[in-house]
Structure formats: structure tokens, C-alpha cells
Design a protein around this ligand. Structure first.
Ligand SMILES: [Zn+2]
Length: 419
């Protein structure tokens, strides 16, 4: 489940289908210069003098962006992109994606990049069998999410943010805009850039595809990518919010990605970093969420500092029958407290939740004997019966364990810069 296919095979596969994708895009861009895309701008002066005969019986023309997306999608399939068909996996993405897309179709959001021209698309969502944390979209509403990204998000809210971002790329016609801006460049190369920009192709792969001349050009057009990303981040937050999701998920996803990329040099994109740096994007998101008057509670959309209550089933959770029916309170999956009283467990969990929601700091915590305190107020006092459920601890050692668990969790999130 974790490793979907061995790395070398996956690498080869990616290279193969990206090469094909680049080839397709090249053809499409070439078409865009003459017939394909010019159909979208009938007001062009040079269209007028041509006394074209009336074509009354021609079937309704496919939207040029939809055509481009559909043809590229077909080529991706032919060239070996592996889609996941597992109904449960696909359904999750489709359910969230279609809600977000419905908002984009019904209430268009003004574009700061691309075009605000309102074209409702029949959005289609696909899950790619690829372990990389990535998502991308093609013109006309073809949206792809890698399995690696699905495993990485910690809530539907985070996924909704990502899908909103990708839907915005299509809804705001970013590719068409990029093509116009790149028309001065060699079309074949521009197509390569486009595909690379959209997909954030890892450096090693992209290096195989591009020559030195192309590398220089990539730096020149990097700016277009950044404007497109900013616009999609902004619109994605609004789309996710209007679709009923907590748009803070977009922020926490970006923050975690930024943190993890620091420790994972394999995802460093170097000059191919067409997305603005994650920190800058996260800062923009925080500003936008504040402007929208939305509270930023990261615990609601991530696993960070999550408090859970569960009842222990002896057969499964522990062979020790004395724990059967015991309720436990977990912090980030680790047992903080056990008690025979389900009500008591619920009370403790609620108290912890309230504290963590109110921006609890490490220095707010203390312990006196068997009592854990926060801001001087008792949160939890261990009695001998409850303490003995924690590997035979006594009340003081049990309280100390809980204190350290909470303190270490807070410390970890302080280091991460956000919780
Ligand atoms: Zn993007």
C-alpha cells in the first residue's frame, strides 16, 4: 500500500508518459497558433476579411480547451499513465471534487491571472497510481490527483483545498493564457514548459527532456507559473469554503508540504520551482483567510494534537482482559489516560480539546503530585485505579507520563512552526 511500485519502474513509467504528454502538448500548441485556439477569439481583426462560407449544418464545436484536455488525457492513457479504479478511492475524490467544481460552475470567481471568462465544464477527476505528492489539471476540467497525495492529506478539508486549486487552473483558463504568453517561444519548447509547470515534474525527469536552450527559457517563463499558482491558491480557498469545507486545510497542506520538502531533497525542484515557495504561499493564504474573517484552527483539519476517546476491546487492542471495556484518551494516537468510566474519559478529552483550541503553550503546563495543571487549573487528577490501568503506574508516575506526552506534543508542533 505504501510503495505502489518499485522506484525504478515508477521512474521509467513517469518518464514514458511525460514524454508522450509533452509530445501531445506540442501538437496542441501548434494547432493553437492556427486553427484550434483562434476559434475562441472571433473578434480578431484578421478573421474578418476571410469570406468563409456559412457552415449551417456543422455540429456544435467542442470547446477548444475541452478538446485539448480530452486529447491529452487520451494520450496519457495510451502512453501508460496508470489510473486507480478502486471505487472507494475514486469516490472520495469525485465527491469532494464535484462539490468544489459545482461552485466554480455556478459562482465564478474573478481571476487575477488567466481569464475570468465563465465556461462551465464537466469536470472529471482521476486518481493516478503514483506515490509522488502531486496533483495537476488539464484544460477543460480534467483533474488528476496522485495516490501519494491522497495518502498525504490529513482531512477532506485538505483534499478540498487541493482540488479547488486544480479546478481553478481550468476555470481560469491558465493554460490558454500561458500559451498566449509563450507564443514568442518555439512552440514545441513552450509545450514542454507547460507540461512541466503544470505537473511539477521532478528535476531528474525534466532534465532528461530538456536541452540547455530550453533551460534558459524555463527561467524566463517561471513567472507565469507563479502568477497562475497565486491565482489558483486564492480561488481554491474560496471554492473549498463555498463548497462547505474548511479552507484552513489548504493552508495546513501547504505548510506541511513546505516542512517536509526541507527534509526531502528528492522533491526539490530547483529552477523548475514554478510554484512560489511554500512559505510565501502559506503567508498569502493566512492573509486571505483573515480577510475572509475565518478562524485559523489547524487542529480541525489535520491530525496535529488530535484528542480521541475510544473503548478498549480486549481481544483486539490488548490481550490483557483487565482492559476490556476501559475507555482511553489518546493524544495523536498515544494513550494519555485510561479509566473505567466512559463519562470521565469524555470529560478529560473535552477539557484537553478546549485547552488546545485556546492556544495552549508549553509553559502553561505543570504537574503537582498526581494532578496535571494548565494555567494553574487542574485538568486531570489520577486516582490509583485509573493509574494502574497504565502499565501499573502509580498516580504520580501516571500524571507525569500524561504531562510529558502533552508537553512533547506541544514542543513538536512548536518546532514545526504551526499547529
Ligand atoms: Zn497549481
Amino acid at each position: 500500500m505504501n510503495s505502489l511500485h518499485p522506484a525504478p519502474a515508477g521512474e521509467r513509467l513517469r518518464r514514458r508518459w511525460w514524454r508522450a504528454a509533452l509530445g501531445t502538448a506540442a501538437v496542441l500548441v501548434a494547432l493553437g497558433g492556427s486553427t484550434g485556439l483562434s476559434a475562441a477569439s472571433p473578434t480578431r481583426a484578421d478573421d474578418k476579411p476571410t469570406p468563409a462560407p456559412a457552415k449551417k449544418e456543422k455540429p456544435p464545436e467542442e470547446d477548444p480547451e475541452v478538446k485539448m484536455g480530452r486529447e491529452t488525457h487520451e494520450d496519457l492513457l495510451k502512453s501508460g499513465i496508470k489510473l486507480i479504479r478502486d471505487a472507494k478511492v475514486v469516490e472520495r475524490v469525485e465527491t469532494i471534487g464535484k462539490k468544489v467544481a459545482a461552485i466554480a460552475n455556478a459562482n465564478p470567481i474573478p481571476a487575477s491571472y488567466g481569464s475570468s471568462k465563465h465556461v462551465p465544464y464537466d469536470y472529471k477527476f482521476f486518481v493516478v497510481d503514483d506515490p509522488d505528492i502531486n496533483a495537476f489539471s488539464l484544460p477543460g476540467g480534467f483533474i488528476y490527483v496522485n495516490k501519494g497525495l491522497l495518502d498525504y492529506v490529513q482531512s477532506d478539508d485538505e483534499l478540498a483545498g487541493v482540488l479547488g486549486h486544480e479546478v481553478a487552473h481550468a476555470a481560469h483558463h491558465h493554460v490558454a493564457k500561458l500559451q498566449k504568453e509563450q507564443s514568442r517561444l518555439n512552440t514545441q519548447m513552450a509545450a514542454g514548459l507547460l507540461a512541466a509547470i503544470l505537473a511539477r515534474v521532478p528535476t531528474a525527469d525534466t532534465m532528461n527532456l530538456l536541452t540547455g536552450f530550453q533551460l534558459i527559457a524555463i527561467q524566463k517563463v517561471n513567472g507565469f507559473g507563479q502568477d497562475a499558482e497565486r491565482d489558483s491558491d486564492h480561488a481554491g480557498i474560496i471554492l473549498a469554503h463555498k463548497a462547505g469545507y474548511n479552507p484552513v486545510g489548504m493552508l495546513t497542506f501547504m505548510e506541511r508540504l513546505g516542512r517536509d520538502q526541507k527534509t526531502r531533497p528528492d522533491v526539490e525542484l530547483g529552477i523548475f520551482r514554478t510554484h512560489p515557495p511554500e512559505r510565501e504561499r502559506a503567508e498569502n493564504m493566512i492573509a486571505q483567510l483573515k480577510e475572509m474573517g475565518l478562524p485559523i484552527n489547524r487542529r480541525e483539519v489535520t491530525n496535529a494534537l488530535k484528542v480521541q476517546v475510544r473503548s478498549v476491546t480486549a481481544s483486539k487492542e490488548a490481550p490483557d482482559t483487565k482492559l476490556e471495556g476501559v475507555s482511553e484518551v489518546l493524544l495523536e494516537g498515544k494513550v494519555l489516560y485510561r479509566t473505567a468510566s466512559a463519562d470521565r474519559a469524555k470529560q478529560v478529552a473535552e477539557a484537553l480539546d478546549r485547552l488546545l483550541d485556546s492556544d495552549l503553550q508549553i509553559y502553561d503546563l505543570s504537574r503537582q503530585g498526581a494532578t496535571l495543571l494548565a494555567r494553574g487549573e487542574p485538568v486531570l487528577t489520577m486516582n490509583p485505579e485509573d493509574a494502574s490501568l497504565l502499565d501499573g503506574a502509580n498516580p504520580t508516575t501516571a500524571a507525569d507520563q500524561a504531562y510529558k506526552l502533552l508537553r512533547n506534543a506541544l514542543y513538536r508542533h512548536l518546532l514545526n512552526g504551526a499547529y
